[in-house]
Ligand binder design. Structure first.
Ligand code: NIG
Ligand code: FE
Length: 398
């Protein structure tokens, strides 16, 4: 991934593959990379992890969009969905985001923390060394803080880096008296200052959709959050195209979903520094089309791939499998797919210190038991890493 352009289409010939290579790490960072024999000659006394078999070493994956802090499942919603019920039928039967809010509100912070750790650990074993985690199933002061605290504490109990985002603007909670606009004012003037004061998150997200918040109320909200110093990301164009325009206007780090994006939205993203994050797990979970990743890349956008792991629309949470599936459907090259899981996903989080095997970067990487990197996508996610390192430390999990 070293030196790959952060925007636009990529060909596999652009991948820099080091045969018989090695990496030297110190204090959690990569300090040298190159031919194994040369590195050994230069560092004769070093502690070594030499694999037992030929392996492909990749940078750790960055999952730049998840909702892995939640309680309860929504398998009832899923059963209704595959039986052909509409979004509205499911909501009327007590399903949807509000169901997860009710369950997440009821549970203790420590329980929420533990289940977040379990999901983060599963992700880590599958090579995901940095994970963004959103709030958004609390939607009141105490419960949003509970979620963000649970994420912050979970970060001490998993090898993965966890990066939190406040998604209090997921939907207007049913028990809030007032309009969508009133609710966003409450988030802006009551919740966000407290989160800032307590250093509970640096990022703010919003779900822009007819059923959540429209572009016209979202724009001033995001502008104000940005002025407060928060990084911005947007749930955009999932069912109707209206979020991307706002995301680009407020210079969001990323616009995520994009299943309903058209030519106009693609051109806006291509002409901006906002990363287009596609979420194949949500397409699979909802039985809906994929985001136009191929067209986004050809237009010149930066495309990242994330899992959207959540109890409702994307319960699977297998990032590599989802990336393999969208790459086959959308015709993404291996280089585009891996860039979307690493450097470009790091860019979506505003991180420049990870996502490539390159001197100075975090020493986060994963080894696969094959000598041909093409095998990994070929097996469509069934080939998992045999070893994962975080900040240069080999982590063995039970
Ligand atoms: O990214 N689109 C909105 N939010 C989530 C779904 C959350 C849920 O259904 O619980 C998403 O798909
Ligand atoms: Fe999401």
């Amino acid at each position: 991934m070293a030196g790959l352009p952060l925007k636009g289409a990529l060909q596999d010939g652009q991948l820099e593959i080091i045969e018989n290579g090695g990496v030297v790490t110190d204090d959690g960072k990569i300090v040298a990379i190159g031919a194994y024999d040369d590195l050994l000659a230069a560092h004769p006394d070093i502690d070594m992890d030499k694999p037992m078999q030929p392996s492909v070493l990749l940078p750790g994956f960055v999952d730049c969009h998840t909702h892995i802090c939640f309680d309860g499942t929504r398998s009832r919603d899923y059963a209704m969905r595959i039986a052909g019920k509409s979004y509205l039928d499911i909501a009327r039967a007590g399903g949807g985001i509000w169901d997860s809010v009710t369950k997440t509100r009821e549970v203790k912070e420590v329980t929420l923390m533990e289940s977040t750790v379990q999901r983060a650990n599963r992700h880590f074993q599958e090579g995901v060394t940095t994970i963004e985690v959103k709030s958004g199933y609390g939607l009141d002061m105490a419960s949003e803080i509970k979620m963000l605290r649970a994420i912050a504490i979970a970060a001490f109990h998993t090898p993965s880096t966890l990066i939190s985002t406040c998604l209090a603007a997921h939907m207007k909670p049913r028990d809030f008296e007032g309009s969508e606009q009133d609710y966003l004012q409450w988030v802006l003037h009551e919740l966000l200052p407290l989160l800032k004061e307590n250093d509970l998150t640096k990022r703010v997200d919003i779900f822009i959709e007819e059923t959540a918040f429209t572009a016209s109320v979202a724009t001033p909200f995001l502008q104000a959050a940005s002025e407060m110093g928060f990084d911005i990301t947007v749930h955009a164009d999932q069912f109707t195209a209206q979020g991307t325009e706002v995301a680009v206007k407020v210079k969001a780090l990323s616009a995520d979903h994009l299943e309903a994006s058209g030519d106009k939205e693609i051109a806006l993203l291509a002409g901006s520094d906002t990363v287009a994050v596609v979420l194949p797990g949500a397409s699979l979970g909802l039985g809906m089309p994929y985001a136009p990743a191929r067209r986004l890349l050809d237009a010149g956008a930066s495309v990242a791939i994330a899992s959207d792991w959540n109890p409702g629309s994307a319960p699977m949470g297998d990032l590599l499998m989802q990336a393999a599936v969208i790459s086959a459907a959308e015709k993404l090259s291996a280089a585009e797919t891996y860039a979307g899981l690493t450097v470009r996903a790091a860019k979506a989080l505003g991180l420049t210190d990870r996502g490539a095997l390159q001197v100075g970067m975090e020493a986060d990487f994963q080894a696969y038991a094959t000598s041909d990197y093409r095998d990994i996508l070929y097996y469509q996610g069934k080939m998992k890493p045999i070893t994962v390192w975080k900040r240069g430390k080999k982590i063995t999990m039970l």
